[in-house]
Design a protein around this ligand. Structure first.
Ligand code: GLU
Length: 441
């Protein structure tokens, strides 16, 4: 049984870059019949809020993902405390008393000497008296994990064989001086506790993985399989960021995009699977293998989102559209089938439906007045069906000698007020004879 997790930090609304691992994990769970855990990484109390966490749940549901389990790290501190104690007992977690300033100075000195600015582990040689002295000064320690400095190897399901050399890294701080946990330890503890079998996340975490594998082993846990995917960037090649206010998933929802279009763009950009309309998320899950995710950049193209969104709408069934049509007061299968092929985003239907319901502003060129008089006079009697348009225009062709654009365009401009739009043969039937007579000058 596979178990995956998506672990967002509820410090803002999620964006496309966050949606990528959210959905890649979902596809993997669906493909393997596994479980999906939504884990709120909310240990950063200063920046995490319940509102953001609730918003993430809403956005995830909108994208079509239903987690099997939701956990919040803020409710699991006892587990982290137990792991902390275990690591201290094993000699892998040690207190350090340097202030930020002191650490800055050490790094600057190392750089001057041409050495890497890694932590010098001075805290490891503190005596009991040294520590007592610091404590008496009112200093509280932060806690560092003692890396064992060997190259950590793992087989990444996307990037292949990986080696992280922890010898070139500073012993990571796992616990801040105020006792709060940084991301690393709670993440590992939860992955072990929840039986996570596969960790699928962005490639910005590869070096974390080296550290985390060491911690998992120090805690006696089973090391999961890792897969690090390329990160999505915006059209300019910039990473998405909550802090920089990247367009959020809820923005796309408010702008009327289809969740499936957003999901496809978030996941298939930068893979070898084509960006095209899929029936649903499961249809993608069936096809997308982690090995299809490219190693290069994944650049999001907003124009491609628009065209994909449009393509999804152009074939959307009336049943699927109905709930939203009803809420806009636009029921009617014939109208939907006529207008859907003009939509880029669903809300466009409101504007297009005015072609049927009116009022519209007919556009009539002077040189077409006479022609339109004839057209009006020759408008067939009802009942009308889809053949009425060709009956009418063939008769007009015979009477006026016009054909092609000079024949059709004046009719379109007069009946709709614009030069593009839905098929006239269907629009005519929906309008009926009375409305057509009213629109023709
Ligand atoms: N909260 C972390 C992040 O958003 C989770 C990383 C992980 O999947 O382990 O980057």
């Amino acid at each position: 049984m596979t178990v995956v997790r998506w672990a967002p930090s509820p410090t803002g609304r999620i964006h496309l870059g966050n949606a990528r691992p959210a959905l890649l994990n979902w596809f993997f769970a669906r493909r393997t019949g596994g479980r999906y855990v939504l884990r709120m990484d909310d240990t950063d109390l200063a920046r995490s809020t319940r509102e953001f966490a609730d918003g993430i749940e809403v956005d995830l549901a909108w994208l079509g993902v239903t987690p099997d389990l939701l956990v919040r790290q803020s409710e699991r501190t006892a587990l982290y405390d137990a792991a902390r104690d275990k690591l201290i007992a094993a000699g892998r977690l040690y207190p350090a008393y340097e202030t930020e300033d002191e650490l800055d100075r050490k790094r600057a000195r190392a750089r001057l000497l041409g050495k890497p600015p890694t932590y010098d582990r001075a805290a490891l040689s503190l005596t009991a008296e040294d520590k007592a002295k610091y404590e008496a000064e009112g200093r509280k320690p932060h806690w560092r994990f003692k890396l064992d400095g060997r190259p950590v190897q793992f087989q990444d399901l996307i990037k292949g064989q990986q080696t992280v050399n922890t010898a070139s890294m500073s012993d990571p701080v796992l616990i801040r001086a105020d006792g709060s946990y940084l991301y690393t330890l709670p993440s590992v503890v939860d992955d072990i506790d929840l039986g996570i079998t596969h960790v699928i996340r962005g490639e910005d975490h590869v070096s974390n993985t080296g550290t985390q594998i060491e911690i998992i082993e120090a805690l006696g846990g089973t090391v999961p399989t890792f897969a690090h995917h390329n990160l999505l960037t915006d059209a300019a090649g910039q990473g998405f960021s909550k802090r920089l206010g990247s367009q959020s998933i809820s923005d796309f929802r408010n702008e009327g995009y289809e969740p499936l279009a957003v999901a496809i763009m978030a996941t298939l950009t930068g893979t070898s699977l084509p960006i095209e309309p899929y029936e649903n998320l499961d249809a993608i899950a069936e096809k997308l293998e982690l090995s299809m995710i490219s190693h290069g950049a994944a650049r999001f193209d907003p124009a491609e989102l628009d065209s994909l969104n449009a393509r999804l709408l152009h074939t959307m069934s009336y049943e699927e559209a109905l709930p939203r049509l009803s809420s806009m007061g636009l029921e009617g299968e014939a109208i939907w089938l006529l207008l859907r092929e003009n939509l880029v985003r669903f809300p466009d239907i409101a504007e297009w439906s005015k072609l049927v319901t009116g009022p519209i502003e007919p556009v009539v060129a002077d040189e077409d007045r006479e022609f339109l008089d004839v057209a009006k006079a020759m408008l067939p009697a009802e009942p009308w069906d889809e053949t009425t348009w060709s009956t009418w225009t063939n008769a007009l062709k015979g009477a006026t000698g016009r054909k092609g654009k000079p024949l059709f365009m004046p009719l379109r401009m007069a009946l709709t007020g614009r030069h593009d739009g839905p098929e006239l043969k269907s629009l005519l039937v929906l309008l009926g004879r009375k409305a057509c007579l009213d629109r023709l000058p």
